[in-house]
Write a protein that binds this ligand. Structure first.
Ligand SMILES: *[C@@H]1O[C@H](CO)[C@@H](O)[C@H](O)[C@H]1NC(C)=O
Length: 540
């Protein structure tokens, strides 16, 4: 029938038109939904911002009033603030200092520091009656990262959607134990959006600034802690570390930070965005010096409440004998991890430390970490984005995305054909950092590949510990990371230099960073011979 064809083709046309309209309507409705969500999240964000701002203003007035009422003079305040954490603590224990005045001095200082550095989310109003002042921390003010859940307080990590999550009905185990030990949590400090970043910005609180270099990043994700402590606004703080988040900001701001083995300290009730288990999360102390970190570890590990609250932690006290003994140690050291060559200043820091320790009678052993066959950053990134970064995508859905996460996430969010093209392009142009992100952030195809991946990491870790034992080492020293503080808002990714940090997350070893030296003019001059100079911008 001649007319049949006409009918068929017109019905095809109709069907195509219907399909096109349906697709159009669907994507239009998706766009509308997305627009509504982002408007909703904007409103949530503004509400939070206004609430935090108002609370800070009220706190400022309250503190000024208290300083006047309690007649805390500038000289008394600076005397309190000038004490080392250890000295402060021993005077508090001896009851020769009043914990209320110490708290007031630190509150006033933290308020000043926050006005310059924007490192505090909110000031708590601690009630000293709730703190065991006879405990080993005897009323010491302690700053805490936003992830340490406090009853009735948000933990948003710069994500507006998290403001709709139920508020914690109790404090996390860390905060409970802290109060029982005599610690006084007094401020909550800021983090980069999602906390899965080593920068310091989020769209709710803005950027935490570096305490001494205006246009640099203080690092992250324990950004607020590092900046506040370095500027003298807190004698001790608590951060968390799943990829250098304690050690990196500590190194960039010039303070000390310690990440214990995951599981050594209870983290019941702490909050985070990432829930993967391939790289274990850890938290620990940050402070002006190593002694302050040891004091904290000692108090916490010796707390009876610790294993009562959390039967998952080993009932293993702090071994004072080992801590105070002065036998000569056998210490391995390396300048290069076969992954990323550290800048000259980082190498100099290790060399000077090695010389100093050798002059004190320790045996220093050049050590070659057995990780040659490991592409460390790729392995680490694969582990933390084994879900194809789906959890980050979810958390950020419809929200304003900070540059602190954009750098890495932009690479991930490219759909397949674009990803392939972009990867080739990055290889051509030598953008190895972005290429690494693209290569490693594909979702694990199935459970089996995740198991094999895990097995591979475990066997590398065994090889590492085996070599350590064979060489009879007590400790290892290496660059904290490959580069000093980058720009506040860097233009390109710099994941390569993190290899020195993430190794000890992937292998779950205790690790810390200690301030040794600062970048000098000759370090900057030495950059002319540094092979990766094009990848890093160095200034004094
Ligand atoms: C502390 O460590 C030393 C040396 O390894 C050991 O002899 C001692 O038993 C340990 N003490 C405790 C309380 O674990």
């Amino acid at each position: 029938m001649p007319g049949g064809e006409t009918v068929t083709s017109s019905s095809v046309v109709t069907a195509a038109a219907v399909a096109a309209t349906a697709v159009g309507l669907l994507s239009a409705s998706r766009l509308v939904r997305r627009w509504r969500r982002s408007r909703h999240l904007s409103a949530l964000r503004s509400r939070l911002q206004a609430a935090y701002r108002e609370a800070k203003t009220r706190f400022g007035e309250h503190i000024n009033e208290e300083v006047r009422r309690q007649q805390l003079t500038d000289s008394e305040k600076s005397e309190i603030l000038s004490l080392s954490t250890g000295e402060l603590l021993s005077r508090l224990r001896a009851k020769s200092l009043d914990p209320a005045r110490v708290l007031l001095a630190y509150q006033a200082r933290a308020y000043e520091v926050d006005r310059d550095l924007n490192c505090v989310i909110e000031f708590l109003q601690p009630d000293l009656a709730e703190v065991n002042l006879d405990g080993p921390l005897a009323g010491l003010p302690i700053s805490i990262k936003e992830s340490m859940a406090v009853k009735g307080k948000y933990s948003c990590f710069g994500l507006a959607a998290f403001a709709e999550k139920p508020l914690p009905t109790e404090d996390c185990s860390t905060v409970k134990i802290l109060r029982a030990l005599g610690g006084v949590p007094f401020v909550r400090t800021s983090v980069p959006q999602t906390m899965m970043s080593v920068l310091s910005h989020n769209p709710i609180e803005g950027a935490v600034k570096h305490p001494t270099a205006e246009n640099r990043s203080p690092g992250g994700s324990s950004s607020g802690e590092a900046a506040l402590i370095a500027a003298g606004g807190s004698p001790l703080g608590l951060g968390s570390d799943i990829g250098g988040s304690i050690r990196l900001p500590a190194a960039w701001c010039g303070i000390a930070g310690f990440k214990p083995t995951s599981g050594r300290l209870s983290r019941q009730g702490q909050r985070s965005v990432s829930v993967q288990k391939l790289v274990p999360a850890s938290w620990g102390p940050m402070g002006p010096d190593v002694a302050s970190l040891a004091t904290f570890m000692k108090a916490f590990c010796n707390s009876e409440l610790h294993d009562q609250i959390d039967p998952g932690v080993p009932p293993l006290g702090f071994n004072e004998t080992i801590y105070v003994e002065s036998r000569p140690l056998r210490i391995g050291f390396y300048l290069y991890d076969h992954q990323f060559q550290a800048v000259p200043s980082a190498e100099r820091a290790v060399k000077e430390t090695v010389d100093r320790l050798a002059s004190r009678g320790h045996t220093m052993v050049p050590w070659d970490p057995p990780i040659r066959r490991l592409n460390l950053m790729e392995t680490y990134l694969r582990a933390v984005t084994c879900d194809g970064a789906g959890i980050l995508d979810d958390a950020l859905n419809g929200d304003r995305v900070s540059y602190a996460v954009k750098l890495g996430l932009h690479a991930i969010q490219v759909p397949w054909p674009g990803r392939w093209v972009r990867q080739r392009w990055c290889r051509l142009t030598g953008d190895s950092e972005t290429e690494e992100w693209l290569r490693s952030s594909v979702p694990m195809p199935n459970v089996l590949s995740m198991w094999y991946f895990n097995q591979e990491v475990t066997s590398l870790r065994e090889e590492f510990t085996h070599r350590w034992r064979e060489d009879k080492l007590d400790a290892i020293i290496c660059p904290a990371l490959g580069c000093p503080a980058v720009d506040l808002e860097p233009k390109s990714p710099f994941n390569g230099c993190l290899s020195y940090l993430v190794l000890y997350n992937l292998f779950n070893f205790p690790a810390g960073s200690v301030p040794v030296t600062r970048v000098t003019a000759s370090d900057v001059a030495a950059m002319s011979n540094y092979p990766l100079a094009g990848r890093l911008v160095m200034r004094q």
